[in-house]
Design a protein around this ligand. Structure first.
Ligand code: NAP
Length: 241
């Protein structure tokens, strides 16, 4: 990926951080975006210490002016966008507050749309680009207690396929990954009992690793994946088939 520049949203921890490190290890310059800038600074130092190229940008995908500022300063350079920023605010639909619905949809779905809209013009001009949206297996299967989250992640599947069609003539591919259960702050928040219950349903009987998700993102960002577009890659240990 030498010569390519990737922007990873939500790169301050978890899957986004792992994607940034993996893309950098493959030679891409990575621009890491999130709200927690101290964590981004540490990540940039780590990548540079390993001989890679990295830069940080303060980014709140819920805020259009923040996305606009990122696009003005870095848009021209970006060849690969990984829309990873995401949150969960779980609860049964019957009792779900508007705020918990709205913030999840705003971050996971609208935030990804905003970043894609801001950056796709630069990729289209270059006649080369990759957009990878981090959806979730629950966007395909649904999940009790996650109506907001599952709806936002299902929305990303529709967004992925629509953008794939709109950008196909410009050699910009748009794909999604749909991870299952991965060990990050998001799943640690579930508590031991809920985690054991979910794990019992995973045919491969373990959680996915950060490296496994990052490797799939790197493949979709690669030259070799140039004929793959509009695809949703399910990485869930068989949880959903
Ligand atoms: P995580 O550890 O909680 O990390 C979430 C990341 O998103 C953080 O870096 C956070 O950065 C960023 N973020 C949240 N709101 C943001 C905003 N408004 N603007 C910019 N960045 C924002 O969670 P994770 O498990 O790595 O999740 C990463 C993605 O994978 C999410 O989209 C999640 O839905 C998806 N996913 C996770 C799993 C899993 O099992 N873990 C499974 C399927 C899909 P700041 O707080 O610094 O802004």
């Amino acid at each position: 990926m030498r010569g390519r520049t990737a922007l990873v949203t939500g790169a301050s921890q978890g899957i986004g951080r792992a994607c940034a490190k993996a893309l950098a290890a493959r030679g891409a310059v990575v621009i890491v975006g999130a709200r927690q800038t101290e964590k981004l600074a540490t990540l940039v130092d780590e990548i540079r210490d390993d001989g890679g190229g990295a830069e940080a940008v303060e980014l709140d995908v819920q805020d259009q002016s923040s996305v606009g500022a990122m696009a003005r300063t870095h848009g021209k350079a970006v060849d690969i966008l990984v829309n990873n920023a995401g949150i969960a605010r779980d609860g049964l639909a019957m009792r779900m507050r508007d705020g918990d619905w709205q913030s999840v949809v705003d971050t996971n779905l609208t935030g990804s749309f905003r970043c894609a809209r801001a950056l796709m013009r630069f990729m289209a001009r270059k006649r080369w680009g990759r957009i990878i949206n981090v959806s979730s297996v629950v966007g395909l299967s649904g999940n009790a207690g996650q109506a907001n989250y599952a709806a936002s992640k299902a929305g990303l599947v529709g967004l992925t396929k629509s953008l794939a069609l709109e950008l196909s003539g410009r050699n910009v591919t748009v794909n999604a990954v749909a991870p299952g259960f991965v060990d990050t702050a998001m799943t640690q928040a579930l508590g031991d009992k809920a985690r054991q219950k979910i794990l019992a349903q995973v045919p491969l009987r373990r959680m996915g690793t950060l490296d496994e998700i990052a490797a799939a993102v790197c493949y979709l960002a690669s030259e070799e994946a140039g004929y793959v577009t509009g695809h949703v890659l399910n990485i869930s240990g068989g949880l959903y088939m």
